[in-house]
Design a protein around this ligand. Structure first.
Ligand SMILES: NC(=O)c1ccc[n+]([C@@H]2O[C@H](COP(=O)([O-])OP(=O)(O)OC[C@H]3O[C@@H](n4cnc5c(N)ncnc54)[C@H](OP(=O)(O)O)[C@@H]3O)[C@@H](O)[C@H]2O)c1
Length: 240
């Protein structure tokens, strides 16, 4: 049984899968969650083949009960939570006059509400880890569009800006309990999410998912008194 455990949402591809791979390499017991069961199972099998111990829980994170079920499954399997990664996210582009309410709600629910609910459901486990070693970590995947709002991706930008503010608030509220939070703010990363832009920005000009996971590996090694509230990843030539 690993002596540390981590829960990663949106771990079936892209940035979440890269972070899960890294946490497996670092010896964490893993709970991975994402929406589509077959895709998640394939990712979990890949992680197991690489030597990680993995619980996989398909869950649509727009659903409060599903979020509770993910944390309950994690608690039942591992009994502790040292690293929580709120990474699942969705972006739907639209000009302001054409926004569909259900798509506005979807982005708010997955990108922001699920993050809030995961903190609530995991608070007791995180506090226990904080009391144990003073270095519980919550990683929230924001975006560079949370630093500076983007046209057409305006709702997405607003949810990601809210994730940064939420992360700041959580540091003020929970650092004294040994729980540190970080908001990751990348520009274009080469994942499924950026398939729509490949024609204009080729994958080789994008940030790699492993650039993000290596930054999280560094955070795991920081001392309890060192809080890194935010990391911005810009593409070469890109400015905020
Ligand atoms: N790629 C970029 O350029 C970029 C830049 C900045 C920030 N980000 C952020 O990085 C995070 C990861 O994105 P990615 O680039 O790695 O894209 P990705 O490969 O498409 O991964 C998104 C993950 O989120 C899951 N997810 C989406 N909606 C969900 C829902 N309703 N319930 C549960 N899981 C759900 C997906 O599962 P399913 O596939 O089953 O839906 C998938 O595992 C997101 O928060 C995104 O906003 C990405």
């Amino acid at each position: 049984m690993p002596d540390r455990a981590a829960l990663v949402t949106g771990a079936s591809s892209g940035i979440g899968l890269a972070i899960a791979r890294m946490l497996g390499e670092e010896g964490y017991g893993l709970t991975v969650a994402a929406r589509r069961p077959e895709k998640l199972e394939a990712a979990a099998d890949e992680l197991r083949a690489a030597g990680a111990e993995v619980e996989h829980v398909p869950a649509n994170l727009t659903d409060e009960d599903a979020i509770r079920a993910v944390v309950a499954a994690h608690r039942a399997r591992w009994g502790r939570l040292d690293v929580l990664v709120n990474n699942a996210g969705v972006g739907v582009g639209a000009p302001v006059a054409d926004m569909e309410t259900r798509r506005v709600d979807l982005q708010l629910d997955v990108n922001l509400r699920a993050t809030v609910l995961f903190y609530r459901e995991a608070a007791e486990l995180l506090r226990a880890a904080g009391a144990d070693h003073g270095n519980a970590l919550v990683v929230n995947t924001s975006s560079i569009s949370g630093k500076t709002g983007q046209p057409w991706l305006s709702v997405y930008s607003a949810t990601k800006a809210a994730v940064i503010a939420w992360t700041q608030a959580m540091n003020k509220e929970l650092n004294a309990d040994g729980i540190k939070s970080v908001a990751l703010c990348p520009g274009f990363v080469d994942t499924d999410m950026t398939a729509f832009v490949r024609e204009h920005v080729p994958p080789e000009d994008m940030i790699r998912a492993e650039d993000i996971s290596e930054a999280v590996r560094f955070l795991l090694k920081t001392s309890p008194n060192c809080v890194v509230p935010e990391i911005v990843f810009q593409r070469r030539g890109e400015a905020l």
